[in-house]
Write a protein that binds this ligand. Structure first.
Ligand code: PMT
Length: 425
């Protein structure tokens, strides 16, 4: 019976946006209901068609009008309302590609676990066959209550994805677990439900960002890497089910959810972290812009400006070439690098691939708009050890990251690409 129910649930194509997807957003009564407004905004921005279902208590916290205006749809607030009739709840349930309930109270969790249908949301939920994400939010004692935990276990066993609440000071002034995660996190985890987990069981090691090489305690040599490309690679691997470690230089962007983040400053530190972890990894992707040289003898005190001198010379020594060392040591690992070039893109990339013993290299131009450093988009050409190559036109760095993993998996002979997926995260 349960299996049949699970098989009935929809399977999806990999599509990294929510464009055209029908999402039901269930909102229950809790102080965190305001966060559902921002979640709705994110979903709409991503191109989703969102239908909001509010419980009676949710209406005490946020007005129906807010959700109606932002969703550009009727809001379902009761089974017998005139605008959204009791018949249409079946239509909504049938059309749904995914359902997210945020915040989910102990009340709705209890009802869903016991197939109770006494209001619009609980009734719609009984008819839903798509993936469901439940985002509990309540007082920490309520959340830890054995009956609530038992009900959450039931929902998890029924194939629903439970997003753990955060910990901290709650609206009721107690401290503990029960806080609704931020909308960006809920959005990200919801996206994960749509992605085929074709990297499940793989350990992926990624480097990102610049390194900083001290000249004195207040100055350093670095470059323009923002970390966006490397963070996109790490995020994509995590979404596709990999166990991800991201070794990152100093950047100003938020790390992806669900990864192990190791922060470093210098090339030497990055070398230590990458080489220490490489034997355990299946796929290693060096996206970081590692400084090739560092000051030979950084000053202990700030260098003072002197009058009437002919400038200042700093003597530089070579940093370790991390990728080259990894190339010498690798056994079963798939090793990939990036080549950041201002000219002769192809030939320089191919030389780097050969010298560093790589399985693949992504060549990108730097210093041009829409590609390389800092931008949200990139344009890369992938070269493989076996002589194959692939031109990837300008696209978002997250999309480039997906193309990279599609290629890696294709070369490994594993299943890959835009295929059907199961909803179970
Ligand atoms: O971070 P963003 O703003 O999004 O920008 C993305 C990017 C331009 C930094 C990225 O797409 C990119 O091109 N990364 C590689 C940058 C680089 O250092 O390229 P390179 O051609 O100098 O080095 C070739 C490869 O060797 C790289 O994989 C690099 O990580 C690695 N390397 C380089 C020097 C060194 N000492 N050790 C290394 O491992």
């Amino acid at each position: 019976m349960l299996m049949n129910h699970l098989l009935l649930r929809k399977i999806f194509l990999i599509d990294m946006t929510f464009k055209g997807k029908n999402i039901i957003l269930g909102v229950c009564g809790g102080i965190a209901a305001y966060k559902a407004v921002e979640l709705l905004r994110l979903l709409k921005k991503a191109g989703a068609e969102v239908r909001v279902v509010m419980t009676e208590s949710a209406l005490e916290f946020v007005g129906e009008l807010t959700f109606r205006v932002l969703s550009e749809n009727d809001v379902c607030t009761g089974l017998f309302n005139t605008d959204v009739s009791s018949v249409r709840h079946i239509e909504w349930a049938n059309d749904a590609d995914a359902v997210v309930i945020a915040p989910a109270t102990a009340n709705i969790i209890g009802k869903l676990a016991n197939a109770i249908a006494d209001d619009a949301l609980s009734t719609i939920m009984l008819a839903v066959t798509s993936p469901v994400m439940i985002c509990p939010s309540m007082n920490s004692n309520m959340y830890e209550n054995l009956a609530v935990q038992r009900n959450l276990d039931i929902l998890e066993n029924d194939g629903m994805f439970i997003l753990e609440p955060g910990s901290g000071e709650l609206a009721c002034k107690t401290t503990g677990a029960g806080r609704l995660p931020e909308p960006a996190m809920i959005f990200d985890r919801l996206e994960k439900l749509f992605v085929k987990k074709d990297l499940k069981g793989k350990k992926v090691l990624v480097s990102a960002g610049p390194t900083r090489e001290a000249i004195d305690p207040v100055r350093y040599i670095s470059n323009h890497s923002s970390g966006k490309m490397g963070y996109a690679v790490a995020r994509c691997a995590e979404l596709r089910g990999a166990d991800v470690c991201l070794v990152s230089g100093p950047v100003a962007i938020d790390p992806p959810f669900g990864i192990d983040l190791v922060k470093i400053e210098t090339a030497d530190e990055m070398a230590g972290e990458i080489l220490d972890r490489m034997d355990d990894a299946d796929i290693i992707i060096m996206v970081a812009a590692v400084a090739d040289y560092r000051p030979a003898a950084p000053e202990k005190l700030k260098i003072k400006k002197k009058d009437n001198t002919n400038g200042l010379s700093i003597s530089l020594i070579e940093n370790p070439d991390i990728l080259k060392q990894a190339g010498k040591r690798k056994k079963r690992q798939f090793l990939m690098g990036f080549a950041a070039e201002t000219n002769d893109l192809e030939i320089n990339a191919l030389i780097k691939m050969e010298k560093k013993n790589l399985d693949m290299i992504a060549a990108n131009l730097v210093g041009v708009a829409g590609s390389g450093f800092g931008s949200d988009t990139n344009k890369v050409k992938l070269f493989l050890k076996n002589g194959k190559s692939q031109d990837i036109p300008v696209m978002e760095k997250t999309q480039i990251a997906h193309r990279i993993f599609d290629s890696i998996l294709a070369e490994h002979g594993a299943e890959h690409g835009r295929e059907e997926i199961s909803h179970v995260p």
